[in-house]
Design a protein around this ligand. Sequence first.
Ligand SMILES: Nc1nc2c(ncn2[C@@H]2O[C@H](COP(=O)(O)OP(=O)(O)O)[C@@H](O)[C@H]2O)c(=O)[nH]1
Ligand SMILES: [Mg+2]
Length: 255
Amino acid sequence: MIPRVYFVGTAGSGKSTLVNSLKEWMENMSYDAITVNLDPGAEFLPYTPDIDIRENVSLESVMQNYNLGPNGAQIVAADLMVQEAERIKELIDSYDSDYTLIDTPGQLELFAFRGSSSQLISNLGGENNALLYLFDSVLMKHPESYVSSRFLAMSVMTRFYVPFLSVVSKADLLEPVEKERIARWDGNKNELMRDLREVSASLNVQLSEAILGGSESLNLLGESVFSSSESEDGMEDIYSFLQKIFYGSDDLEKR
Ligand SMILES: Nc1nc2c(ncn2[C@@H]2O[C@H](COP(=O)(O)OP(=O)(O)O)[C@@H](O)[C@H]2O)c(=O)[nH]1
Ligand SMILES: [Mg+2]
């Protein structure tokens, strides 16, 4: 079964853009990947998906058929996608490719917090799933938003028991010193707490410390890879993570 790689993150974190740039990077390296769009509400995609949920479930058709506004239709569409799982799975497996890059709905909560999505992932990929969790670089610069971004990611992880990689997207928008600080926070909770104490109320710090303490012992999120779709930074790191997960080797040779 061809490995399935899901791109998950908050709206605007760069999922669709990264699907496109990772696919292009892979093509340049002569690795094969197909792309799947699972965002029924996508108006514009920077790539032409090989498989597109919108052919059967689109936000527009759900709004019309169920007489709903856009928010209600997003929810119904997310649930309707499960019924498409078998068809999409067969389509994916009809390709001879090394990877399947799967774009997910713009609004993270539609994908991450509805039971239908865990069902969809498990029906689509079984044991052959991995997830790239995109952290928006803008939200990773400051200790308070760094912490809330990590908590959100942890909460998503409690829904999907699949290997995952933390990716700080749009890294070209970060100064070198900001990148260094994020990497330090990833690796050292005490430094994060120290910086958080300088800007946040003590109750927030206590709460954050308690939750982060738990996550540290579980090694829940690990260190982040920085990626940029502008400069192609991070593509190699992402690829070697996938190679290690699916083919047991982190070198850049094809399987
Ligand atoms: N500077 C910069 N902008 C990016 C990058 N990736 C995405 N963007 C921009 O961020 C916005 C949202 O990206 P999109 O891929 O649509 O996010 P999605 O909602 O997660 O699919 C778009 O305007 C992109 O051009 C990146 O690596 N660098
Ligand atoms: Mg998108």
